[in-house]
Design a protein around this ligand. Sequence first.
Ligand SMILES: [Zn+2]
Length: 277
Amino acid sequence: MSVVGRLAPTPSGHLHLGNVTAFAAAWLSVRSAGGRLLLRMEDIDTVRARAYVEDGIREDLRWLGLSWDAEVPRQSVRDYRLAIEALRPHTYRCTCTRAQIKAAGGRYPGTCRDAGHVEGALRLRLPDGPVHFVDRRFGPRDVDPNLFGDPVLVRSDGLVSYNLAVVADDLTDGVTEVVRGADLLDFTAVQLHLWRWLGEREPTWLHAPLVLGPDGAKLSKSHGSTEVRALREAGWDPARVWRTVLPWLGLEPVGAIGDAVARFDAGVGARGPVVVG
Ligand SMILES: [Zn+2]
């Protein structure tokens, strides 16, 4: 099967160096395999998605040389009813309030598993025990998806969860490799169950190192100076971005992403977080 990867930005904010690191890994992995790379806007949380942010993301990707072969439909126009129906044997309705779950220590204790509710949030009934998978950078992992209890697939107001949307989309889009930031590494355990139940196949997994701000916190809107557009305004060119980011992926600091394709190796580079200087 030929390789299909994707860049899947969330248009709730501009691209920062953490996104760039994960997208560089995704781009290099697909290009080094001669595969096909898709762009998909992950705007399932439509309240926060903004069209001008999406345009800015496309502009930043082009400026960096992170080309894509096709843009597939955004999440907010997709229909997840078939996927939800297919998962019916593995789901149940939950009427617990946020306060009840908080009182249980934040981990959902499965109160409604056998209650037979006909309304409320739709939760996934997770099998017991750890899930085994192999990450191309982090190696073999055994993660218990029950760390937080049965996850919500569809909120009581109808909003589809990220876990469900991302797996259903990747199956629809024919994605064969998932490459993203290490902050999502443990979500893989939940998503693997969805892949098996919905698609009877699994992608390969590669998690790029997490990038932290100078204050040691995960990059967010409060680290505006690490956004690609801020760097550009501060006089950075794409070469300076790549000389900064590529070493985090264990690559020589060449000034163009295309020059790193031949040397790409998913298994090298930082595993622990890297800190923006
Ligand atoms: Zn419940």
